[in-house]
Every structure is written in C-alpha cells, then in structure tokens.
Design a binder for this molecule. Structure first.
Ligand code: HEM
Length: 493
C-alpha cells in the first residue's frame, strides 16, 4: 500500500459539508452504543479520520507506534472505512485461526477491480465458492510440490546465469546492483514457468514493464475506496483512465500469450508450462467447476503480482543483514561452502543447510516481505476480545510488528539466526510469532515455490562471492532500513 491519491483542492469544500452529516451520525451511534465496549482508537479528524496520520509508506512502523499507545487491537478510520489493526500474537491467532472463517474476506479495491478482471483472480477475490475452486486449481496445478519440483532445472539454470552476470561485472571491478539482478531472476523464473517462451511475439521486457505498472497501480489507494461518494475524483485525477489504459494493454499481452499456447497445443498436444496446464483445465473442466479464459488470466497475473517482489525482497534482506553482521556471514558461508560441490549449490543440498535456512527465517522475521499482509475483511458480524466487530470491517495484521515483539523475541531488533536453529518454527503459519506468509485459509499458497527459489539464490550468492559494502560505507554506518511501499525495499546496500 503506497501512495494515497487524494486531491485536497477538489475535496475539502465538499468534505466540509458532508462532515456535518457524519459527525451527527457518529454522535447518534455513540449514544446508542453507550453500553458496548468501544475499541480503542487514535483521535482522528472529521471525514478523513486517521488517514493523515498514516502518511506515505512505512505504515507498519506507524501502526506499531499506535499499538504501543492503544494496545494490540485498535480501530482506525481511513476515510469512511473502519479498519481494525491487529498487532499481537494472540490476536493474530484469534483472527487467522480461531475465527478464520469470519476474517477471510478481501476488500474489493478500486484498482484491483479495474486491473484484475473485476477481482476474478485468487488474491483479490471476495471469499466464496469461486475463490475456493480457483485456489484449489492453483494449488493442485501450479503450486503443488510435484509442479514446483518440475521447475528445478529452470531455477538452477537461471540462478547460474545470475551468478555469471555478477561474475562478469565484478571481473571488470564494477559495482553490482544485486537488487535489480535478483528482481530480474524472480521475474524470469515466474515468466518462464508461466509462459515458457510462448509470449505471442511480445518482448519479455515489454511484459515486465506491463507487470511493473500493474503492481504500481495496485499499490495505489483510490479516493473511492475511502470515500465511495467521491468516486468521481478518481475520474477527475486521471486514475480511472490510467487503470483502463493499463488493463487494456495487459489484456492484449495475456491474450496473445494465450492464443499462442492454444495454437501450439493444437499442434503438438504437449503440456509444458503453467498456461498449458490451465488451458487444459478450461478444456476438460475440473470437478464440476467451469473455468474460463478470464480465470486463467487472473491466475497467471497473481503469480507475477504476488510472486516477484516478495521473493526478491527476501533475498535482498537476508543479504543485507548478513553483510551487516559479518560473523553470521562467515558462519553461513562456511556451511554453504562445505556442503556444495565445485559447481555451486544444487537444490538437493539445501535441506542440509540449517544455518542458511535459519538466516533466511531470521531476515524474514525482521523484514516480513509483506509487512502488513494483505488486507482482510470480516464476512459477517462477530465478537473479538469482547468487542463487536461488524461485517465488512477491514482488517490489517501487522506481521512486521509481531515479528519484533519483545514479549516473544529476546533482543527482538537484532539479527540472531541462531534462534531459529533450536526450534521447529517453519513458514506454514502454525506459530503465530512468525507469519511472513500469513496463515489460515487465505494464507500464501506458494510457500514451497517461494522458499525453493529464495534459498537457492541466496545459497549461490554466498557460495560464489565474498560480499562487502561499497568503499564509502562501514558496517557500523550501514543501516538496514525500510523504505516505503507495500513490500518495502532495501534503502542502502
Ligand atoms: C517470499 C515470498 C512470498 C511471501 C512472503 C508471500 C506472502 C504472502 C502473504 C502475506 C499473503 C497474504 C495472505 C493473507 O491474506 O493472509 C500472500 C497471498 C498470496 N500469495 Fe504469496 N508470498 C510469497 C510468494 C508468493 C509466490 C511466489 C506466489 C505465486 C507464484 C504467491 C501467491 C500468492 C497468492 C495467489 C496469494 C493469495 C491467496 C488468497 O487470497 O487466497 N506468493 N502471500
């Protein structure tokens, strides 16, 4: 969630008039709710509520500060949208496990509706039978262990090519922008897994630009999301036309890829990449569910949107923390170099690299790639910790703050991989102190896909190269700080 597109010049006169209405309404509601427990809430302004207090970016840090004052469960008003913020292990468990059947909706964002075929993908879809069927198909056809195994050669090949590119740059004693190379790695693997080389004549670079634009727009909160009465502001500010333009270019890219796949499967009848698999589900049906071309496009889009930034950020943060902590770097490099053979690290060797895995988990604890997960929405009225929570309340879970909670983690802000070497905490969301992939029915379905790629890339970067900071930086001054955005990046590396 990044920039909030609010045009204050157009809005404020109108907001003033409408504010009177809302203030009177909320005073009345307050009187009626006299005997009910009222959720703590930071005082906000009329109309915009707490929007101005969130500012731009680093929302997880600001929400953590609010939680220090208002407790692990508090309410924000983002425009007209009541938003519950969850910041403790026990509350996260209540929301993601005990009451997972209530907190499993997804708010329908304006940009997602325009770009993701009216939210006909998995990630942005409302909860219901369609979502269940699509997720089942994704898990069994795209993200199963068998399918993830089938991309092993692709991952090894692309990681080897990443190593070669870094070697070439370092041979000429040039600095290397590792972040960019790792983003390209994630993108290339997902693109080849999804499309093979059948892009309908499109250049891979064009497809990538398109996906970047989609991701950028999805991080924009439209005015109509916060103030439905002001839907026209999105039109006036040009957001709507940008969404339309991007959606139509995107559809052209996906249509061309789909058509090439349909043609080639008529010719050779062979299934190969994920798009081939999904098209065979469209032709043959799946347990009574009729999937169509739009569902296919939505599923493929999800892989790019949910899978590229998150995986590259995980590698980047782990590298950054290891560079900042040279003793840990030494230990993990010793392990990787002892286990791997002369050609570098292969996937089958990753299972024995417990220090590598502990370092990655520790980096994800400190820097959850999606710090406030994806927003949820209650699908019916419920009670949480004695508070009444109405249906359609937006819910944010601050996984970043939970990962740094001093009550559960000793020296919570320090990078200490050792702590993951003596416990069985994994990524699957069974332990609510550590939920980078979230948990419950809407938790990330691609843990295997993501961790295989991230571990392999990280292990090879550590095996092949010794890393140091640029000449003008020393370890003490090197800050591992978070920048803005839904999935924050490394500011200084
Ligand atoms: C390190 C990498 C990744 C992290 C940390 C991550 C994390 C997450 C998180 C926090 C959510 C939100 C879950 C919730 O609402 O409770 C999510 C959802 C999702 N992720 Fe991932 N993810 C990663 C990689 C991937 C990859 C590689 C893919 C696909 C190839 C993927 C596909 C999805 C999908 C489809 C959803 C939506 C699930 C639903 O709404 O039912 N993710 N992920």
């Amino acid at each position: 969630m990044a920039s909030v597109q609010l045009d204050s010049n157009i809005l404020f006169p109108l907001l003033f008039v409408v504010s009177c209405f809302f203030i009177v309404r909320s005073l009345r509601a307050g009187r009626k709710d006299g005997r009910r427990a009222v959720l703590p809430s930071p005082p906000g302004l009329p109309i915009i509520g707490n929007l101005h207090q969130l500012g731009r970016g680093h929302h997880h840090g600001k929400l953590q500060e609010f939680a220090r004052h208002h407790g692990p469960l508090f309410l924000l008003r983002l425009g007209t949208v009541p938003t519950l913020v969850v910041s403790s292990v026990s509350m996260a468990e209540e929301v993601l496990k005990t009451q997972d059947d209530v907190f499993c909706g997804r708010p329908q964002q304006h940009t997602a509706r325009g770009l993701m075929y009216d939210c006909r993908d998995i990630a942005f879809s409302p909860y219901g039978e369609r979502w269940r069927q699509l997720r089942r198909i994704a898990v069994s056809h795209l993200l199963s262990t068998k399918r993830v195994d089938s991309f092993r050669a692709l991952r090894e090949e692309e990681v080897a090519s990443l190593v070669e590119r870094i070697r070439a740059a370092s041979g000429q004693r040039q600095g290397v922008n590792v972040s960019e190379l790792v983003i390209t790695l994630g993108y290339t693997i997902i693109s080849k897994a999804a499309f093979g080389n059948k892009l309908g004549g499109m250049e891979p670079g064009v497809v990538r630009e398109m996906m970047d634009e989609v991701a950028d727009l999805l991080e924009t909160i439209a005015v109509s999301d916060m103030f439905p009465l002001f839907w026209w502001v999105d039109w006036a500010t040009g957001l709507d036309s940008r969404i339309k333009r991007t959606a139509s270019k995107l559809d052209e890219v996906l249509e061309r890829a789909l058509q090439e796949h349909e043609k080639s499967s008529e010719n050779d009848g062979k299934a190969g990449d994920l798009l081939d698999d999904l098209l065979s589900v469209v032709r043959e049906g799946s347990e009574g569910f009729k999937m169509d071309r739009i569902d296919v496009k939505g599923l493929i889009l999800d892989m790019f949107i949910a899978g590229t930034d998150t995986t590259s950020k995980s590698v980047e943060w782990a590298m950054a923390e290891l560079i900042k902590n040279p003793k840990e770097m030494e230990k993990v490099q010793a392990e990787v170099r002892q286990v791997a053979g002369a050609r570098g690290v292969l996937e089958e060797q990753l299972g024995t690299m417990s220090r590598l895995q502990a370092s990655l988990k520790e980096a994800m604890r400190l820097h959850a790639p999606v710090p406030i997960l994806l927003p949820r929405e209650t699908i019916r009225d419920t009670k949480l910790h004695g508070y009444d929570i109405p249906a359609k309340t937006r819910v944010i879970i601050n996984a970043w703050a939970i990962g740094r909670d001093n009550e559960y983690w000793e020296n919570a802000d320090e990078f200490l991989p050792e702590r993951f070497m003596h416990n069985a905490i994994d990524y699957t969301g069974k332990d609510f102190r550590f939920i980078p992939f979230s948990a419950g029915r809407r938790g990330c379905p691609a843990i295997a896909f993501a961790t295989r790629l991230v571990e392999l890339a990280l292990a090879n970067l550590l095996y092949h190269f010794d890393w140091e900071l640029p000449e003008d930086q020393d370890v003490e001054s090197f800050e591992v700080v978070e920048s803005c955005g839904l999935s924050p990046t490394l500011k200084s590396a």
